[in-house]
Ligand binder design. Sequence first.
Ligand code: TGC
Ligand code: FAD
Length: 403
Amino acid sequence: MAKAAGSTNAAAGNAAPAALDPLDLYAVRAALSDEERLVQESVARLIDAEVLPLIQHCFEEHRFPKELIPKLASLGLLGSSLTGYGCAGLNAICYGLICQELERGDSGIRSFVSVQSSLCMYPIWAFGSEEQKNRYLPAMARGELIGCFGLTEPHGGSDPANMKTHAKKRGTDWVLNGSKMWITNGSLADLAVVWAMTPEGIRGFLIEKGTPGFSAPEIQHKFSLRASVTSALFFDNVVVPEERVLAGVRGLKGPLSCLTQARYGIAWGVIGAAQACLRQLLDYTATRTLFGRPLAANQTIQVRLADMARRITTAQLLALQLGRLKDAGAMQPSHVSLAKWNNCRMALDVARDCRDMLGGSGISAEYVPIRHMLNLESVITYEGTETIHQLTIGRELTGLNAF
Ligand code: TGC
Ligand code: FAD
């Protein structure tokens, strides 16, 4: 029998349950430390004040908003989880929350920070000499020196072990030849971290902008990540002195360990994109009236909204546990693969479904889902496609390599 209005928990002496936050049904925020919450709030303010007002236009104009770089840097968001060299030394949960808030704004902004922090500063910090760290990291943390990461090649990014870009020793220098494709920040960057095959296996090279034989033309006509710079890199007998080689690592595990850091951030970041879509859809379906009632009053709409909340919630819990494992030093690459796969799939499906429920308005840039949806087509592809992460889990379960 239905309860009479008011005869709820209050009658039993309990306070009425507070309404749940639709974007945080399982109270993940309550599980955060004060510092973690503070970091999230300050990035959220930056996104609301500085990113949301301009991002739609940047996306339409195919323009990365470079003017945001000093603001990102002044909040300590570049290399935020590294210690020393002017970096903030935040924990993994903070880095995840930073990515989540940035991607609530746009995947392109999160991409910029991911590449700078996880793919460029991290390998210098982890594998570089003291001279390299002092030369690059403080300036990168201040946003005065921008990096890019060159691993993917035109003939096939999923299999970087078979790269064609190579370096040969000439005296004390190395001479690099080859090309890279789809490189975030490429044309913007002052420094490229480039992975090349050598007689000693894959090694990492630090190539500064303006080095003769090195060029980085921007890739135009993208339908995705339009507020992000993506480029090709070309190396035509580029001379790199020995002191610009990352001495601390050899082999594919060098670039793959950087990817582990960046994929971790993506697993958190995409939650922000999905939350932005759901937030807008909840408002839209509450106020749009069809057949004499709000769209949100229809069972099938509610089922779809509930399904989005379920997916976002499970992604949040996965990310939180991943972060706890990372902070405890127990995170394995397969943990990251599962979260990158699950959370990117979740966000893309949520964005597509939100786009559909907006009807015709869903194709307008004035609503966020189509921008997030188009961005997420890249995010589910880069840093290991969905298939690559599925096969990584398959290999973990079976011990058999099916790549
Ligand atoms: P495999 O035999 O598995 O491994 C070779 C060596 O690497 C070690 N390793 C790892 N080390 C650290 N972190 C990881 N995640 C690692 N995974 C493997 C491994 O232990 C081994 O070490 P050792 O000492 O025995 O030599 O290598 P494989 O050739 O079978 O390849 C495996 C596979 C397919 C998973 C790998 O090639 C892969 O991940 N492919 C996808 C490539 C990819 O993700 N590219 C991303 C390019 S960067 C990018 O997209 C940036 S977008 C940024 C943005 O804008 O946000
Ligand atoms: P391919 O490797 O050719 O894959 C094509 C298809 O084949 C995919 O569906 C894939 O899942 C599937 N496939 C591959 N192998 C198998 C298999 N064994 N079995 C079944 N299916 C398989 N790279 C960088 O190095 N640095 C960057 O900063 C960077 N930024 C990027 C930014 C954007 C916007 C984009 C789109 C990409 C970026 N990338 C970057 C490249 C990205 O990492 C690659 O696109 C990605 O790794 C896939 O490589 P590919 O495009 O060559 O596709």
